[in-house]
Ligand binder design. Structure first.
Ligand code: AHG
Ligand code: MN
Ligand code: MN
Length: 328
């Protein structure tokens, strides 16, 4: 299938695609391209490890907790190492914010970019062969290159992202990303070791019927959330919840739907992390024509106060997010 607008067929290799669109990137120096290549490569390595998880003692807990007090799985730690190593080599990145590291990981002061990453999303699904993923955001630093990274560099609102996306290790492995000019997805072909363009200029359906939420917490959702869930049921929507944000999000992106993680009694600010879960997917969904909100505020406009800050999330098809937030 030839795409007439860009002259690149579905099946174009990721590298060729990146090269072809390099000049469209903000600042276009080739460094952002290199970061995307690094992510793609680390994704291949993690994909290989995910695929072997049951065989080589990669399943299970490592016996430690991360900064959020969550049990760290071996693959969480391994994926974190793989991605940090990939960003360390090239020199394009000056700092990394990771779910698995309490503090900012400082790299080269000469790097221009800051990465926020959830190296392994959906940890509870590793041991049971259910889809998991990696979520990433890329920012350009605000302080001069060569100086130490400042707090202002690190705590930028999502609106400043120059690229974001995710890898989904599912029935096939797919890399989905945006650089602010629409969303493209590349499916990994393991026998060739290459990603190929499989979805060009992805658009999320304006409306949908799928709602994804952990309804076991409904007793502690606030009234507007429960009113919206009532609406979904009365209007014959379909409930789908995998428990890996990246997998639930991807399905809704393709089919139309909404994902909700509201505040609960256990997680009064919501469970999901602004800097390496919500912002990245909010940028992708907006670039695909959808919306992302806390219920009362556009996700991308939140000015972060801390690295591991949480926020409620309503994300997906435009009309569904509008309806869900209209109950506030
Ligand atoms: P992580 O594995 O990176 O800690 O993220 C888990 C998140 C997200 O992926 C998922 O949607 C959500 O936690 C599920 O939470 P519940 O089990 O509370 O529904
Ligand atoms: Mn996560
Ligand atoms: Mn994680």
């Amino acid at each position: 299938m030839e795409d007439s607008r860009i002259g690149l067929p579905i099946g174009t290799a990721l590298d060729r695609f990146i090269k072809r669109f390099q000049d469209d990137f903000p600042y276009a120096t080739g460094e952002l391209s290199q970061l995307l290549r690094d992510i793609a490569l680390a994704g291949k390595v993690v994909n290989r490890e995910v695929n072997k998880a049951g065989l080589i003692n990669l399943s299970g807990s490592i016996g430690s907790e991360n900064i959020q007090g969550e049990d760290q799985q071996k693959l969480d730690v391994l994926a974190n190492i793989r991605f940090i190593r990939a960003f360390t080599k090239g020199g394009e990145a000056c700092a990394i914010i990771s779910e698995e590291d309490e503090k900012v990981v400082d790299l080269h002061n000469n790097g221009k970019y800051i990465i926020a990453i959830d190296p392994l999303d959906g940890s509870s699904n590793i041991d049971v062969n259910v889809s998991i993923g990696t979520i990433f955001s890329i920012y350009r630093r605000l302080s001069p290159v060569g100086s130490p990274v400042s707090e202002e560099d690190v705590l930028q609102p999502g609106i400043n992202q120059v690229a974001s996306g995710y890898l989904l290790y599912g029935s096939s492995t797919i890399l989905v990303y945006t650089t602010g000019k629409g969303v493209n997805a590349f499916t990994y072909e393991p026998t060739l070791g290459e990603y190929f363009l499989s979805h060009h200029d992805l658009r999320i359906p304006d409306d949908g019927k799928i709602y994804s939420v952990n309804e076991a917490s409904a007793h502690s959702f606030n009234e507007p959330v429960n009113q919206y869930l009532e609406y979904c049921k009365k209007n014959r929507h379909t409930a789908r919840y995998i428990g890996s944000l990246v997998a639930d999000f991807h399905r809704n992106l393709l089919k139309g739907g909404i994902y909700l993680y509201p505040s609960t009694d256990q997680n009064p600010q919501g469970k999901l992390r602004l800097m390496y879960e919500c912002n990245a997917l909010a940028f992708v969904v907006e670039q695909a024509g959808g919306k992302a909100s806390t219920g009362t505020e556009r996700i991308l406009e939140i000015k972060p106060k801390s690295l591991h800050q949480r926020c409620p999330l309503y994300i997906g098809s435009k009309k569904m997010v509008d309806r869900a937030t209209s109950y506030y």
